[in-house]
Design a protein around this ligand. Structure first.
Ligand code: HEC
Length: 239
């Protein structure tokens, strides 16, 4: 039976597929390297960890400069309950609506004797703008950036998977596993992109980013190697 399998495809077609798959393989490695350098260092330590993903998408909402100082060198400047209120306000994103009614007076009472416009060496906390700079927390990736990256990622990578899976569809492989392998990268791509949004809302979802990424990398690797082997190794040739 001369089945329509990779091994029996005409030479030119096998060269096309092989060139494509090898380029995609190198591309996958580069993507991995890029993730390591952009996200890998998000927590200040090399290597990709859950914290990196959390900091990248969710941000680091407990870490504004003002909070660090109020627990550090500025600790003695205000009583505990006042410091706590300022920290809570900063964690909530330092909403301007609470500046005039509450915090303007708090800062005036405890901080402005040193932090004023006359003291050029220190930032002034007489105005909301001055305080906002140190009260800002890291909110991670913005929703605008997420929508942009999400759709580019889904469209672009779906195209790559389309060709990788279409080539693999002609490999000789257990039928059930073949179907599972073909579905996997698409399903995990969606999991991956969804996980960015979920992680932005709740840091526990960072695990899904790892699972999604590992899932489609593994499935693609299996399909790429299987296809390459069957196109070129003589033992896959059928009569
Ligand atoms: C007695 C003077 C004094 C008072 C009162 C004071 N600070 Fe400071 N503050 C300083 C000095 C001096 C520094 C710079 C040295 C340092 O960072 O520890 C500083 C630095 C800071 C910084 C870091 C600024 C930057 O951009 O690096 C923050 C934030 C801060 N203070 C917040 C506060 C807050 C909030 C209060 C009121 C609860 C306050 N400080 C009250 C003297 C003061």
């Amino acid at each position: 039976m001369n089945a329509l399998t990779l091994a029996n495809f005409p030479l030119a077609l096998r060269v096309v597929f092989t060139s494509f798959l090898l380029t995609i393989g190198v591309g996958l490695l580069m993507a991995g390297a890029q993730i390591m350098v952009t996200h890998g260092m998000a927590d200040g330590k090399p290597g990709l960890s859950i914290d990196d993903i959390v900091y990248s998408y969710y941000g680091n909402k407990n870490n504004s400069k003002i909070e660090g100082k109020l627990n550090g060198s500025m600790k003695a400047m205000a009583p505990d309950d006042v410091r706590l209120n300022i920290i809570k306000w900063a964690r909530a994103g330092a909403p301007e609506s609470e500046w005039e009614p509450t915090f303007k007076a708090v800062f005036a009472q405890y901080c402005v004797m040193c932090h004023n416009a006359g003291q050029t060496a220190l930032p002034s906390y007489e105005t909301y703008e001055g305080v906002k700079k140190v009260a800002e927390v890291d909110h991670g990736t913005s929703f605008t950036a997420l929508t942009r990256v999400s759709h580019i990622h889904l469209f672009g990578i779906a195209f790559i998977f389309m060709f990788v899976t279409a080539i693999f569809a002609f490999a000789r492989f257990n039928q059930t596993w073949k179907i599972i392998l073909i579905i996997t990268p698409f399903a995990f791509l969606i999991v991956d992109v969804l996980s960015w949004w979920l992680t932005k809302i709740n840091p526990n979802f960072a695990w899904f980013t790892i699972i999604g990424g590992l899932g489609y990398s593994l499935a693609s690797t299996v399909m790429i190697f299987t296809s390459l082997a069957q196109m070129w190794l003589p033992r896959f040739k059928t009569k």
